[in-house]
Structure formats: structure tokens, C-alpha cells
Design a protein around this ligand. Sequence first.
Ligand code: MN
Length: 488
Amino acid sequence: MKKMYFITGSQDLYGEAVIRQVEKDSREMAAFLNEKLSDICGIEFTTVVQTSAEAEDICTKASSDRDCIGVIAWMHTFSPAKMWIRGLQALKKPLLHLHTQYNEKLPYDSIDMDFMNLNQSAHGDREFGFICTRLHIRREVVAGYYKHDDVIERIRKFAYAAAAVDMCHGMRIAMFGNNMRDVAVTDGDRVESEIKYGWNVNYYGIGDLVKLAEGMTEQDIDRKMAEYAEKYDMDTDNIAAVREQAKYEIAIERFIEKEDITAFTDTFQDLHGLDQLPGLAVQNLMAKGIGFGPEGDYKTSALGAVLFRMSEGREGATAFMEDYTYDLTAGEELELGSHMLEVSPVFAASKPRIQVHPLGIGGKSDPARLVFDGVCGKGIAVSMIDLGDRFRLVCAEIELVSQPKPMPKLPVARLMWKICPSLPVGSAAWIYAGGAHHAVVSTALTADDIRLFAKMTDTELVIIDEKTDLNAFEQQLEMLDLTAKLKR
Ligand code: MN
């Protein structure tokens, strides 16, 4: 199991008895947090750092330990921070600075100088914070008593994001075909994606899948059909079309297993040898956490897999979504999100139906797909774009709502939502920010989760929420452009 290191800071002026007490307290605190985070990662007490060499040793160890996804640092006593410089310079893992105490309350009746010297994180954590700021280290500071629910919740969120960042390292993304011709926003710098996030993005010929699909036995397809029958309602007589999708799904499963792929893309412009655009196949895979981006959109595909993982164990749904069309009734503006086929059934409000309909684009046979209405609830839409000199995450708070009327002639799954603070402000802000028509929508994650992921990966982030004011938002974008120029 992956873990986070719990590192306690002190110094070598206090004598052995104090250090023993610091270690005893730290072990107890780490054990408590280990329990509280056991579904995400372990929390392992490591050491009480007293010298510069020890700081460097433990930070170097954390950086090279593949099982370590992050570091929690806390100063029980004072810990002069020049001794942390080399350690922090060596630290390559996400850092949570936990500003807390062993004791919740002050022992007013018994407090003396010894107690105050032992329990002086108000003092020591400021010194540690200064050196982090001086070294420009992006970290999360969580302040409060470590046993309080809100503090635990913030540590848990950090751990989720740290696990997602860890997942990115060496994550492999397959592009079947390339980026859809002439589309700008789905494209991106794959080399930079690997440098920045660890995403290894590679092109594969669709023929690799076709070959696997051709080798499929009827028994293989029967097994996949049984899986579909269990999860979905068969709402078509065209069983042959559904079996074709089953074949594609098994082919993709075998391919991603063999090539250790976590996310993939396809494009309807490059389906040579496939009779249908993969629809049902992709939908069923997305529900298992396999990232998907259509039209060669590798960034959304990778982000979908990462955010799905980040949301595991939490209530709600996470998957790729596309902005399609609006209801612009004044004051009640709604957006309809969907895709040609590929909407994940994690968003289904009721049991999805398998249907076969013509697809007016791509010139292939009628593809089988899942059709359903979407869930309701608060959520976010997250888009990643490549601005040439940097990536940007655009995160909008949205509210998924039930569709006001049935859409009996729309042969695809769909979601409807309101963007915060309103369509005139929220959608304009999204467009000013350059946000794509592809996003990852989640009702499990919040803007705060995305903030943590952006912080840990040093990715530019703009958030659109209830407080968004267009004038200030545009100024923020200008400032970000200027900052990026200065950093170059
Ligand atoms: Mn699209």
C-alpha cells in the first residue's frame, strides 16, 4: 500500500528526554492519522529531525521511495529552518505542512516553561513556513487540531490528490489515430505532458485493435454480452450491432492490459477496419475508470482517469463530458452535455438502455450505445488546455439538474446543468479562459480537489464559482499571462 511519511521537526538542543517525548507524541499522532486515512494510504512515522543531515536524509528517502506519495511535516518544538534547506531542496513529493499540536487545550493550571518549550509549533511551524516560502515550495498548509474532523478531512483531500499525482507518474495513454484534423483545443504537447505530469502518450494504429477484434471467439463475445445484459436493458433487435461493440470492448481490454494503458483516445476519422464507431464499448470501459477522450483528446482522457481515481470511494460520478447545446430561456439557462455516443453510464439516473441508431457522421454502420438521462446534484466541470507555454486547468462549479422535458428523439445519453454563478457569467468566463468543449465532469470531487491537484503539479488553475466576477476574472487571466511570461 502507498503511504505518506510523517516527519517531525525539532533540534538537538533540548536533550534526550525531550526528543524521546517528541517521538512518542509523533508516533501516536501518526498512528491516529494512519487509522483515519487507511482507505487512501498509510501514514508512517519516520523520524524526529534534529539536524540538517537528518533533514536531507529523510527528504531524499521520501523522494526516492516509490511507495511514498507525499510528506506530512510538523514542528513539535522549535526547529531552526536553515537546517531544512537542503532537505526541502531534495524533496520531490507533495508536501503537507500540518500546523497542529499534540495537545488540544492549554493546561492553564499546570503550564510552565518546560511545557511551552516542548509544545511550540506556533513558533516552530512559522519558522518552517518561512523557509518553505523562501524556497518557493508549493505546499498545503493545514492548521488546526489534528483530531478535529475538518482537519482530518483536509488531510484526506491532500492524500487523494497526492495519490492522483502519484498515479500520473509513468501513466500510459494510447491514442488510436491522432488528433481530429484541424481541431485546436484537443491537441497538445505530449512531450511536455510527460515532463510535467509523467503521462506517457503514444500513437497506435487502429489496425492493432482490428487485429485483436478479428481474433475474437463467439464465446468471448457471449461473455461480454452477459455482462451487458446484467448491467443494461437491451432496447434493440439489432443484436449483431451490439455484439460488434462487445468485440471492440474486449479488443480494447486486451490491448490496454498488454500495453499497460490507463487511458485512451480514438477518432471517428480513423476507424479503418472497424464497422462502427466504438460507443457502448467505450461507455462500459469508462465506467470502470479507464480514461477516454474522443477525437484524439489525450489530455481529457488522462485527466478523466486521474480524476476518476481521485474520486474512488467517494459518493458521486466522474467522467468525460462534452458541452453541446443550450436552453437559453432568460434566467433559467441550462446546458445540455452529451456526445456522439461516449457518455459514461456512471452518470445514469436509471438503468441505461442499449440502443442502435444511425450516426450522421463518420460514414460507418449504425453503432450500439447506451442511452439514459443523467443524475442531479452539485459538481464540477474541469478542462485542461495547452496554452503553448503552459497547461491550464479551468474548473467550473455546476449543478446537474433533471431535464425539464423528455427528449424522445435524442438517441444519446445526456446531462443537463447550470453553470455558476449564471450562464452569462460562467460560460463567458469559461470561454475567456479558453476552456475546451471537452471536460471531465464530477459530482464526487469539488473545486478544492482540483486546487490541490493543480498545486501539487504546479499547473495554472482558474476557478469559476458563485463569486466569479467577469471583470476581476479577465484581470486574473491577464495577470496569469504576465506571470507565465516572467517565468519563461
Ligand atoms: Mn467531442
